[in-house]
Design a protein around this ligand. Structure first.
Ligand code: GLN
Length: 492
C-alpha cells in the first residue's frame, strides 16, 4: 500500500471520502514524518496540537458529509503568513516572539476549507534570498543529494532554493502534502524547480496580501507549492479571491482551477522568448527547454518565436524596486510594536531604534534596506527609482506585445540546478538565479514551475510557463501537459 505521506492531495481527498483512512491517521503520518525529518530544518515552529485538533474537526465534518474541499489535508504554512496565536517571524530575529492576533486571509481561507496546519515553514529572512541561507533560524537543507561521477550520492548539502525553501523541502520530503509559498521575484518557482515539485505564482492581486508580512508590496504574491499540477490547482482555488482588506486585491471570479485541467493545448500558441537564450546557457537546461516545446507541441500547441527586448533590464530593475519597497516596509520594525527590542543602557529612543534594528536584521536584509534607502533618497530618486519604474513599464509592454502572437510562454525556471551552501557567497551571483523569474513578477503575470527532468548529476530541473493576466487556467493546463509528458517520478 502507498504510504499516506506519498499520496497526492487529490489521492488524499479520495481516500478520506472513501474512508480508507481518517484525517487523524493522515495527520499523524505527516507529524511522524515531520519529526523524522527535523534535520532538514524545514519548520521554524511545529504545531502538532493544532494539527491534531484540526484533523479531528475534519473527521467530524467528513462523518457528517459536510467536508469542505481541503478537509484533513496536511499543509505547511510559510512563516511569512500571519497565523493567529502562532509565532510568525518571517525568518527574522526581529520578529522573534511575535504572535499575531489575526490570521492572514490566504492561510485563513485554507483553514476555512478544512486544511490542517502542520507548522510554520522556514524561509529566507523577509523572503530575501534564493537559497534559504539568510534565515535567522538556520538554513533549510534540501532533501536531495547530487550524484558524483562515480554514480554515488555526494554528501554535500544542497540548498532547497529560496525564499520558500522550507515549503519546498517539506513538500519534496513528503512531510507536507502541500504548502503556501510567496513569490516576489521567483520564490515559489525557483525552490519548486530545485526540489522537483510544482508551484504557481498567480496574477498579482489574485491572492490577498493581507496578513502576509510585506517585502515588496507591488510584487509580493502568495501561491501554492505541491507535488502535482492538479494539487496546485486545488490549493490555488482555495487561496484566491477578492479581499476588501487588500487595496490591490482583484475583484474577479475564481474558477475551479482543477476542474479546468485537461492537458489539451490544441489552439494554444506557445511563445519562445529569444532573449531568454542566454550566452553560455547550461546545455542540459537548453535541451530540456527544447524538449518541453516538443511536449507542448505534442499536446496540440503551436510554437512561435517572440521577443521580449527589455528582458536584460529586468534584474537591475527588480533589484532597485524590490529593495526600495522593502526599505519602506521594514521601517515599521522599530522595537516598539513587534518582537525584539534592544535598549542600550543610558540610550534614548533613537538609540533603541538603532540597537534593535542592528541586532534584529541579518546582513542581506540590511543590504537591501541600504540599497533601497539610497535609490529613494532625494538626490538619487530620479536617477534610480523613477528610471526603474519606467523600465518596469517597458518590460510589461514587452509581454503585452508578445500576447498578440502567443497565449503562453515557455522558459527554463532557473539557470542551474540546486547548488551547495556557500557556492553563491557573492550577492550578485545569488541575484542571477532570478534571471528567468523576475520579468513575470515585474509584469504581475501568472507563472508556474513544473519539474521536467534531471541534471547530469541527478538533480531536478524545472520549466517555467508564463501566462496572460488572470489566465492561470491555461498556465496550469500547460503545466499538466508537461507533467504528463515528462513523467517526472524521481524523488529525493
Ligand atoms: N530571490 C529573490 C530575492 O531575493 C526573490 C525573492 C522572492 O521572490 N521572495 O529578492
Amino acid at each position: 500500500m502507498t504510504a499516506l505521506t506519498d499520496l497526492t492531495i487529490a489521492g488524499m481527498k479520495a481516500g478520506l471520502a472513501a474512508r480508507d483512512f481518517s484525517a487523524a491517521e493522515l495527520t499523524a503520518a505527516h507529524l511522524a514524518a515531520m519529526e523524522g525529518a527535523r534535520g532538514l530544518n524545514a519548520f521554524i515552529v511545529e504545531t502538532p496540537d493544532i494539527a491534531t485538533a484540526q484533523a479531528a474537526a475534519a473527521d467530524a465534518a467528513l462523518a457528517k458529509g459536510e467536508a469542505k474541499p481541503l478537509a484533513g489535508i496536511p499543509l505547511g504554512i510559510k512563516d511569512l503568513f500571519c497565523t493567529k496565536g502562532v509565532q510568525t517571524t518571517a525568518g527574522s530575529k526581529i520578529l522573534q516572539g511575535f504572535i499575531p492576533q489575526y490570521e492572514s486571509t490566504v492561510s485563513g481561507k485554507l483553514l476555512a476549507d478544512g486544511a490542517v496546519m502542520l507548522g510554520k515553514l522556514n524561509m529566507d529572512e523577509f523572503a530575501m534570498g534564493s537559497s534559504n541561507e539568510t534565515s535567522a533560524y538556520g538554513k533549510v537543507i534540501s532533501p536531495w543529494k547530487a550524484r558524483d561521477s562515480d554514480g554515488l550520492h555526494s554528501n554535500r548539502e544542497l540548498v532547497p532554493g529560496g525564499s520558500s525553501g522550507g515549503s519546498a523541502a517539506a513538500v519534496a520530503a513528503r512531510i507536507a502534502a502541500g504548502a503556501t509559498g510567496t513569490d516576489t521575484g521567483g520564490s515559489i518557482r525557483q525552490p519548486a524547480a530545485f526540489v522537483g515539485i510544482s508551484g504557481i505564482k498567480p496574477t498579482y492581486g489574485r491572492c490577498s496580501r493581507w496578513g502576509v508580512v510585506a517585502f515588496a508590496s507591488s510584487l509580493d504574491q502568495a501561491g501554492p507549492m505541491a507535488r502535482t499540477v492538479d494539487d496546485c490547482a486545488l490549493l490555488l482555488t482555495s487561496m484566491c479571491g477578492y479581499d476588501a482588506k487588500d487595496s490591490t486585491s482583484l475583484n474577479v471570479p475564481v474558477p475551479d482551477f482543477a476542474a479546468l485541467l485537461t492537458g489539451d493545448l490544441r489552439g494554444k500558441r506557445v511563445g519562445v522568448p529569444k532573449e531568454y537564450r542566454l550566452d553560455g546557457m547550461d546545455a542540459t537546461i537548453a535541451r530540456l527547454w527544447d524538449q518541453g516545446l516538443e511536449w507542448l507541441k505534442a499536446a496540440g500547441a503551436t510554437i512561435v518565436d517572440v521577443s521580449l527586448p527589455h528582458t536584460r533590464y529586468a534584474l537591475p530593475v527588480y533589484y532597485i524596486i524590490a529593495p526600495a519597497e522593502a526599505s519602506s516596509n521594514l521601517a515599521r520594525y522599530d522595537g516598539v510594536r513587534y518582537g525584539l527590542r534592544v535598549t542600550p543602557p543610558g540610550g534614548n529612543l533613537a538609540d533603541m531604534y538603532s540597537a534593535t534594528r542592528a541586532a534584529g536584521f541579518g546582513a542581506e536584509v540590511k543590504r537591501r534596506i541600504m540599497i533601497g534607502t539610497y535609490v529613494l533618497s532625494a538626490g538619487f530618486y530620479d536617477a534610480y527609482y523613477t528610471q526603474a519604474q519606467k523600465v518596469r513599464t517597458l518590460i510589461a509592454q514587452d509581454f503585452e506585445r508578445a500576447w498578440e502572437s502567443c497565449d503562453l510562454l515557455l522558459t527554463p525556471t532557473a539557470p542551474s540546478a540546486a547548488f551547495a551552501f556557500g557556492d553563491k557567497a557573492d550577492p550578485l551571483a545569488m541575484y542571477l538565479n532570478d534571471v528567468f523569474t523576475v520579468p513575470a513578477s515585474l509584469a504581475g503575470l501568472p507563472a508556474m514551475s513544473v519539474p521536467a527532468g534531471l541534471s547530469p548529476d541527478g538533480l531536478p530541473l524545472g520549466l517555467q510557463i508564463i501566462g496572460k493576466p488572470l489566465d492561470e487556467a491555461s498556465v496550469l493546463n500547460a503545466g499538466l501537459a508537461i507533467e504528463r509528458a515528462a513523467g517526472f517520478t524521481a524523488r529525493p
